[in-house]
Design a protein around this ligand. Structure first.
Ligand SMILES: [Fe+2]
Length: 321
């Protein structure tokens, strides 16, 4: 599959550009700063639970199709946590999507720069927008997300990365405009498209259909490079972010805005895939230390109520049946 991806030449082939790891990731962590937010909340529509669609159809690919063995995956409570990709599909009504788009467009005023993943973005969007806060803590919304994956999901207890908005502006193709190939620290990642594909060029969501430890040396013509067709406004895609390499091709014209939500399965809290340096590369070391302690220490306590911590309604196995 031919993709317009920038990269460095190695052994005559175009190797895919990856985000920093190892020493480079630590260097990013030392430079990373959280953007300043003035605490003002822009006027916005109100969230309504009725914005969540009831019957959601979505194609699904399993992690076993990516080469993972069932024994490597989270198991318990009678299920295997093996959903690799689900969707794209619509989970909000057209009115709900129009409102989410309006809210995210207004929040662009607070977008900071990151060289690590994408050009401009807003993090902790739920702290800036009652609409987003209410949406991601709405029982109907969380049930819809949980059913797409097959495990109960609530907002991630790490507040900063939970709700993020990415702004891609079309310009000359360059290294900074691409969300480089990476895997996430987060396990359960949903991306909602806030533009239809006729508003921009490029910006294709691509992923590697293989194990993460098979990604090294993969070139752009590898047939395991796949594209998720997220062309429609509102298209919602789930990926098991920590278990598959993914990237967005450069936006060469127009504007592409995405809402990215990271959820958390309280039943598999100890298996959370975040690493300290993954988070520190985004937020800086100082901001990460308290967040890290808040995430990792409670997982040692089997009676920890993560829903309470996340300010979320409890979502249980009975909710996904
Ligand atoms: Fe990602």
């Amino acid at each position: 599959m031919a993709l317009n991806l920038s990269g460095t030449t190695k052994k005559g082939s175009l190797e895919l550009p990856k985000t920093a790891t190892g020493f480079d990731q630590v260097a990013h962590a030392l430079r990373a700063r959280k953007p300043q937010y003035d605490g003002k909340i822009p006027a916005e529509p109100s969230w309504q639970s009725e914005f969540v669609l009831q019957d959601i159809y979505h194609p699904t690919a399993k992690l076993q199709e990516f080469g993972y063995d069932t024994s490597e995956l989270n198991r318990g409570y009678g299920v295997i946590d093996d959903t690799a990709v689900a969707g794209p599909t619509q989970i909000l009504t057209p009115e709900g999507i129009a409102h989410l788009k309006e809210v995210c467009d207004k929040l662009e005023a607070y977008a900071g720069n990151s060289e690590f993943i994408v050009t401009r973005r807003v993090r902790s969007a739920d702290l800036m927008s009652p609409f987003i806060n209410n949406m991601i803590r709405d029982r109907n919304f969380l049930r819809a997300c949980s059913r797409m994956v097959g495990v109960p999901l609530i907002p991630h207890p790490l507040r900063t990365p939970t709700a993020q908005i990415n702004y891609f502006e079309g310009r000359e193709t360059g290294d900074r405009e691409i969300a480089k190939w990476h895997r996430d620290g987060m396990d359960y990642v949903f991306t909602i498209q806030l533009n239809s594909a006729d508003e921009y060029e490029g910006g294709r969501f691509t992923y590697f259909k293989g194990r993460t430890d098979q990604f090294e040396g993969v070139t752009e013509d590898d047939e395991r490079i796949k594209e998720a067709p997220c062309d429609e406004l509102g298209a919602t895609l789930f990926i098991h972010g920590s278990h598959l390499y993914h990237a967005v091709t450069p936006v060469t014209a127009g504007r592409r805005v995405t809402f990215v939500l990271s959820l958390f399965c309280p039943y598999f809290s100890r298996q959370d895939s975040n690493t300290f340096w993954h988070l520190a590369g985004d937020d800086g070391i100082l901001a990460t230390i308290p967040n890290w302690l808040r995430l990792k220490w409670p997982t040692k306590n089997p009676s920890m109520d993560f829903s309470l911590r996340a300010g979320s309604p409890a979502i249980t196995w009975s909710d996904i049946q």
